[in-house]
Design a protein around this ligand. Structure first.
Ligand code: FDA
Ligand code: NAP
Length: 450
């Protein structure tokens, strides 16, 4: 990859989380292995430095996927950017193997991502939020071969424009709050948890509540119970109890790269079956070990008679009102319609996320992006938005493709393969446009040869 002086790039990535970090490596490895002209690429990230869900890097949290599902291995098992290379580099490979555990701590995986990012730092600009994508102003007729992007400097405040032949949108999940409840100094979403907690005096937290029955809720409940021995911890569950995340081998196949084809080329009933039978591999579910830990805490408190962890099951939050520094929460039991007040110092909504939606970023350009009968973007197998002929450049999505590519869309499971497929598609389209010379017998992409 090369930097571009006139800010006219072959590839511009919006967001630099694991997905676009993986894409940057894929483009780099493609160039190193194939005798084609390098692609110019730039990635823009609004955070001041690399960070992967930093506010949920709880001390004892582990990854939910195998270390082998890193940024590269499923595309290129001999990549120097693998988790195994990272361990070797850190002098920790033997110790990791001695653990006999596929799931690294999240803090260690974050270190791995930072290590990989440090090798790609030349392609990313931080404190840089992309605020819009537009057709070039001088575009009048014929297909547009590039778009313009507005990049706002989140520190200095200025906005500059760049041009891109291909855009890869990878802006991540959006925190979801229940209708009618807004965040404030004492009403948090799990996505801001550690940042908020770090700015709070723990001694002042004598009563806290956590809403939700997913992995985030379970981890935060456990954390607060451990860190605040003087506090009452209230877990508010919409369900009867936590449900276990199904990570058994047959079900886990929904995260295989091949499952993307089965989903994408499947008809409506086939796609529905993925969600109906396998939603419990990821959404609203909790690791078995965490469930057992929390149940043991409840049991131990029953035995000792000193109760601090309180569960309200089949319960939702109706409203949250300010009561001085504290908050009065109205709980609505699903058993009846009665409301029960609960006063807390802080309430954490671990109520999940909405999937990525590029509509706002696309602005006016969105009218050139075709939608299906349900109003969702149409996306080709290579993760490219289907557009009207006016738009000849590529707009690719990493995320937000649950309806076209299935359960892996918002996860790490398939990012190595997916980013390779996107790189292939960009390179293939350039070859078709420019007839770039490819040496005889040279593979078109690293991952096709392995
Ligand atoms: P991600 O959200 O990581 O990155 C998007 C980036 O875009 C962010 O850095 C953001 O700042 C930036 N951005 C957004 N808008 C922008 C703009 N306009 N301009 C510039 N930058 C912009 N999955 C899994 O498979 N295994 C796991 O163990 C976990 N663990 C996990 C823990 C927690 C707490 C959560 C919430 C989620 C997970 N996930 C997961 C799922 C998670 O979506 C996944 O791990 C990755 O974050 C997906 O990477 P992305 O790069 O697609 O998004
Ligand atoms: P989630 O799985 O979507 O769970 C959200 C929970 O909130 C569900 O129990 C949901 O119940 C509940 N909820 C939603 N709206 C509600 C409302 N109005 N009132 C009460 N409850 C409500 O979200 P998550 O736990 O944040 O997990 C998101 C992703 O991050 C998953 O992929 C997960 O695996 C991942 N994650 C990973 C780790 C890790 O790697 N260690 C840690 C945390 C999260 P319903 O199901 O009824 O809607």
């Amino acid at each position: 990859m090369i930097a571009c002086e006139n800010e006219y790039y072959d590839v511009v990535g919006i967001g630099f989380g694991p997905s676009n970090l993986s894409l940057s490596i894929s483009l780099e490895e493609h160039h190193a292995n194939v005798l084609t002209a390098p692609l110019s690429a730039a990635f823009f990230e609004r955070q001041p430095s690399f960070g992967w869900h930093r506010n949920m890097l709880l001390p004892s949290a582990t990854m939910q996927i195998s270390f082998l599902k890193d940024l590269v291995t499923f595309r290129n098992p001999v990549s120097r950017f693998s988790f195994v290379s990272f361990l070797h580099d850190q002098g920790r490979l033997a110790q990791f193997v001695n653990r006999k555990d596929f799931f690294p701590p999240r803090q260690e995986f974050h270190q791995y991502l930072e290590w990989a990012e440090s090798k790609m730092a030349n392609v990313v600009s931080y404190d840089s939020a992309v605020t819009g994508i537009r057709l070039p102003p001088d575009h009048t007729h014929g297909p547009a071969d590039h778009v313009r992007l507005d990049v706002r400097d989140t520190v200095g405040g200025g906005t500059r424009q760049i041009k891109a032949r291909n855009v890869v949108v990878s802006t991540g999940l959006q925190p979801r709050m229940p209708d009618g409840i807004t965040r404030d100094a004492a009403v948090w979403h799990s996505s801001e948890f550690l940042g908020r907690y770090g700015r709070t005096d723990p001694a002042k937290l004598r009563s806290v509540a956590v809403v939700g029955a997913g992995q985030s809720a379970a981890e935060i409940t456990k954390f607060l119970h451990e860190k605040l021995p003087h506090a009452q911890v209230h877990a508010i569950l919409p369900s009867y109890g936590y449900s276990v995340a199904d990570d058994t081998p047959f079900a886990n196949q929904v995260f295989d790269a091949e499952a993307v084809d089965d989903y994408h080329f499947g008809d409506g009933p086939a796609r529905d079956a993925f969600w109906r039978y396998h939603r419990n591999t990821n959404y609203g579910v909790v690791d078995d070990a965490d469930i057992r830990h929390l149940y043991q805490v409840v049991y131990d408190e029953d035995v000792t008679g000193v109760k601090r962890l309180h569960y309200s099951n089949l319960t939702k939050v109706d409203s949250v009102q300010k009561a001085g520094e504290r908050r009065r929460v109205q709980l609505r039991s699903l058993r009846g319609q009665d409301l029960k007040p609960l006063d807390v110092d802080v309430i954490v909504f671990a109520t999940g996320y909405d999937t990525m939606d590029p509509t706002a970023l696309l602005g006016d350009l969105d009218r050139h992006c075709l939608r299906d009968e349900s109003g969702r973007h149409r996306v080709t197998r290579d993760y490219r938005l289907v557009t009207t002929p006016e738009l000849a450049c590529g707009i690719y999505l990493q995320g937000g493709t649950e309806h076209t590519h299935g359960l892996t869309s918002s996860l790490l499971s398939n990012i190595a393969v997916r980013s390779g497929e996107i790189a292939d598609s960009i390179i293939q389209r350039r070859a078709e446009r420019e007839v770039v010379p490819v040496a005889a017998g040279t593979p078109t992409a690293v991952h096709e040869t392995l």
